[in-house]
Design a protein around this ligand. Structure first.
Ligand SMILES: [Zn+2]
Length: 101
């Protein structure tokens, strides 16, 4: 998360990877004009292409989902916190950390 429009792709079977960094910024103002601008740009000039900088990520795990008992939104269990004996999502969680550790 560096604020760049950079996208990393991996092929688990072959081990190949590629990192695409958007190399161009449209100067158009309307959404449709911007999309059209990008679609008509040559892909080789639109992106800087390199190998990925991030290690091959572990295979995605599947987590059980819970309904946040405060906002009602469904959240994966690894993002659930217990607050006042209720399962709550991170958005609703009021962290208690007196020592800022
Ligand atoms: Zn919530």
């Amino acid at each position: 998360m560096t604020g760049k429009q950079a996208y990393s792709f991996y092929n688990r079977t072959s081990g190949e990877n590629v990192r695409l960094v958007l190399n161009y910024r449209s100067d158009k103002e309307q959404k449709e004009q911007i999309i059209n601008d990008y679609l008509n740009f040559e892909p080789e000039k639109l992106f800087k292409v390199t190998k990925t900088k991030i290690e091959f990520p572990e295979k995605a795990r599947l987590f059980k989902s819970y309904k946040c008992e405060k906002c009602g939104e469904i959240t994966a269990s690894n993002y659930i916190r217990i607050q006042e004996d209720k399962k709550v999502c991170i958005d609703c969680f009021n962290n208690y950390n007196r020592f800022k550790v």
